[in-house]
Each structure stands twice: as C-alpha cells, then as structure tokens.
Ligand binder design. Structure first.
Ligand code: SIN
Ligand code: FE2
Length: 214
C-alpha cells in the first residue's frame, strides 16, 4: 500500500495534504438518509441562487441547516442565524448529517467535531464552483467536511495561495473530503458537473459542507 492510501473504518482513504484527505464512498451507506434530510430541509428553507456582492447570480443553488447559514447578497458574504428568504431560523442539522460529519472528521484525524452549520449546494450539469477559500467562519482550524452525492464532479484542491496549482481529485460520488488544521484555508473548487442521471437524484449533484462557524 502506498503512502497515499491507508485503510480507515470507512474504507479507502487518499491523503491530499498533512491534514486533508478523501474518504472514498464514506457517504454511500447513508445516501438515502442524507437525501431524505435534504428533502426536508429544502421544503422549509428552499434552494435559491444567491447574488454575489458584485451582482452576479450564482450558478449553484444553495440552502443551509444548523445554527448558522451562509448567505450572500449585495452587502457581502456572511453567516446568518435566520434565513433571509423566510425570516425563520434555518432547519436543525438532522442527526444523520451530524453522525456522518463526525465520523468523517474522526476518520480524517479530527476527534469530537461539532459543526454548527451545513451548506447545501445543488449543481446542475455544467455548473462549476471557482477556486475559493472558506473564510467567513470564525473558526479557521476545525475541519470542513464535504460530502458529495449524485452526479460526479472533479474536485480541485489547491494550496494556501490563490496562485498555487490545484490537484484534481478524481470525480467525487458518495465520497467525503475533509480539510482542517494547517490545511483548513486551502483553496478549493469544483470543475463543471458531468452530464448524466443519478438513480435517486436525476441530473443533479448535491454537496453538503459542514463547518464550525463559532
Ligand atoms: C464548497 O466549497 O462550498 C462546495 C464544494 C463542493 O461542492 O464540493
Ligand atoms: Fe468552499
């Protein structure tokens, strides 16, 4: 077994950096429960295409659950306790979301992970997410746990500087990616989602990213 691959309780794991790794297939056993959770959340806090501070409508449709939700509008990016669209608190993190996030974090070496936010991103085929850092959280050490469901997409994992050439992580489908500690501020993004049909989700990719905001 090469240095890059090691067994974890969730199966195969690929190390991306000192404190970052891919957990192959980590979400597959929980796919149905996670998708039911998503359906419940978006029934209360509908998916929407936020506007960037620069006035562009984002290609990715978003919603949130947890104590905080990531929002964007002409005033900027930030976390908010209330969904600006409904005026209500975001739906609570379903227990299966918390379990998957905690297990993935632990498998990547981060014990006792307590996320307080989960951003739900929905990508139609062709939709991409350009390289960015997750920098709106107060906690910049606790890991980001990303869980990908539905259509596959290549994940880009970059360095700590925008200009660092990212590695291409082979298409994620049912996989987890975890980055924290010294690698928490790595740039990352997603290449255009491949066309196709997923048995449960049809022509969509859904990504959950767990964060610790406060
Ligand atoms: C994100 O960076 O918020 C989402 C990443 C992904 O969709 O894989
Ligand atoms: Fe991100």
């Amino acid at each position: 077994m090469s240095d890059l691959f090691a067994a974890s309780m969730h199966g195969r794991r690929t190390r991306l950096a000192a404190q970052a790794c891919v957990l192959h297939g980590a979400a597959l056993p929980f796919e149905e429960a996670l998708l039911q959770g998503v359906a419940g959340i978006v029934a209360t806090a509908p998916l929407r295409h936020p506007v960037t501070p620069g006035g562009h409508v984002m290609q990715v449709a978003m919603s949130n659950c947890g104590d905080f939700g990531w929002v964007s509008d002409r005033r900027g990016y930030r976390y908010a306790r209330l969904d600006p669209q409904t005026g209500q608190p975001w739906p609570v993190l379903p227990p299966c979301f918390l379990q998957v996030a905690r297990d993935a974090a632990a498998a990547a070496g981060f014990d006792d992970y307590r996320p307080d936010a989960c951003l739900i991103n929905r990508y139609a085929p062709g939709t991409r997410l350009s390289l960015h850092q997750d920098r709106d959280e107060d906690d910049r050490v606790a890991p980001i746990v990303s869980v990908s469901l539905g259509l596959p997409a290549t994940f880009l994992f970059g360095g700590l500087a925008r200009g660092d050439k990212p590695v291409r992580v082979p298409p994620l489908q049912g996989d987890g990616v975890v980055w924290g500690g010294v690698d928490r501020m790595r740039f990352h993004g997603v290449l255009p989602v491949m066309p196709g049909r997923h048995p449960q989700l049809g022509a969509q990719r859904i990504n959950l990213t767990f964060r610790k905001v406060r």
